[in-house]
Design a binder for this molecule. Sequence first.
Ligand SMILES: NC(=O)C1=CN([C@@H]2O[C@H](COP(=O)(O)OP(=O)(O)OC[C@H]3O[C@@H](n4cnc5c(N)ncnc54)[C@H](O)[C@@H]3O)[C@@H](O)[C@H]2O)C=CC1
Ligand SMILES: O=C(O)C(=O)COP(=O)(O)O
Length: 526
Amino acid sequence: MSKVIVCDPIDQAGIDILTQVASVDVKTGLQPGELIEIIGEYDALMIRSGTRVTQEIIEAGTQLKIIGRAGVGVDNVDVPAATRRGIVVVNSPEGNTIAAAEHALAMILSLSRHIPDANASVKRGEWDRKTFVGAEVYKKTLGVVGLGKIGSHVATVAKAMGMKLLAYDPFISTERAEQLGCQLVDMDLLIQQADYITLHIPKTPETTHLINATTLAKMKPTARIINCARGGIIDESALAAAIKEGRIKGAALDVFESEPLGESELRSLGKEIILTPHLGASTTEAQVNVAIDVAEQIRDVLLGLPARSAVNIPGLGPDVLEELKPYMQLAETLGKLVGQLAGGRVESLNVRLQGELATNKSQPLVVASLKGLLYQALRERVNYVNASIEAKERGIRVIETRDASARDYAGSLRLEATGTLGTHSVTGALLGEKEIHLTDVDGFPINVPPSKYMLFTLHRDMPGIIGKLGSLLGSFNVNIASMQVGRKIVRGDAVMALSIDDPLPEGIVTEIIKVPGIRDAYTVTL
Ligand SMILES: NC(=O)C1=CN([C@@H]2O[C@H](COP(=O)(O)OP(=O)(O)OC[C@H]3O[C@@H](n4cnc5c(N)ncnc54)[C@H](O)[C@@H]3O)[C@@H](O)[C@H]2O)C=CC1
Ligand SMILES: O=C(O)C(=O)COP(=O)(O)O
């Protein structure tokens, strides 16, 4: 019989499902070393946000087939390490949406009416009606940062309370925002105009310290900020300083840079700040939803069936998967690349199956392309199951074309993305049935394998330009692993594709496009 270990508190409804197919050990509060010692016995691991599933734990889990996160965020799981070991990671993308949204709304109202401190005061035996005079949310402006599942529900309820809604989400269409009664604006305007700012975005390198001393300085002195998304999106010391100095009115935080929250100056602030211990998903209903959702997936995978919300492996039949896997990897890589070249919000994606590929089943490749395209916006939340729906909700038009006559490679895939910042295209093929090669960028022929960090330039093909770029990168201590130029005619326009050993430093693109002859540069992480 299979063995499952449950390392965080999970609703009994989930345990009951697991026991249908496995023996279940519930062991909460284990130290990392203790988990490493015993994980080798188990086929499945079920967790919430309390357990950090590191590479060491994954490597010690020699029998592990699946890691189930009973919730949304998988930032506490080393997903690449699990993928490398062939372990499926599943989550519950929607089970706690309402719970998290209602917690954010409760925070907005609690902040406005000082409910936690007024309650504590009455319980101390006081009757103080002066200190706790509040503010109404009616007709105030709420800025929603991240108009995904949770942000959308917050917006819907806030609208009903008579709030005016601004939203910032570079991956959402104006139509979708309008449907929710939100005016889509840029982050700067939202920060400056909102009376309340609520964050509903994943924590990514781009969103880390999105709220910092500079952004806090732009807020109204009466503004309040709410974070029920992820710790680290707000710079906690900058926030504490802004509140202490009366530069903003208040904040409500459910999530922290380090959890459990240790010694922190946030604790010493008064009624201007409300702190809860990561309770967003902690409702009876959400805990039943996520426990059932994830336990069912663990059960299915242990029975050899596909998972419906795998964040790292497609929810397709094993036979289709086996055959298409290398092409799906190609599609996902091209999706990631074209999404980053296009930048901004993509409005349409043209997926062109060429050569032998034109006779293949296209759906999985389209889904894999969309998964890659949406990765920038959604990170691990986008999977093979939800990629199409997520694209539709973002108003991305998907066009499929086939060209059996294209003969450059046996089978190749071309993606063309058109967005708010223009159109870009990439083509790729498989060499030796497995090895991905990029064969064309923006109509310029190249032949390079993709690497994790890349730099693309669009430039004039003229003497000296490669040397200048090389020296510039050298002055930033950037090591070039490989470089190739693609051009259509001599001394015309050209594309340069460089593989780089490490992430490119911030601000480097600005310097690169100062090199005479270089028109554009794009840094890409694949
Ligand atoms: N406090 C808690 O207990 C809970 C916290 N969460 C967290 O809430 C957050 C939102 O979750 P969902 O709404 O389910 O996710 P979602 O994936 O449905 O929505 C996230 C939205 O953020 C947008 N986005 C991505 N990068 C952005 C950027 N740089 N700037 C602006 N927008 C950006 C995306 O386009 C997307 O629309 C996640 O961080 C999740 O982990 C979720 C459940 C419970
Ligand atoms: O689902 C999420 O992303 C959450 O943050 C909820 O975390 P939890 O399951 O309550 O530890």
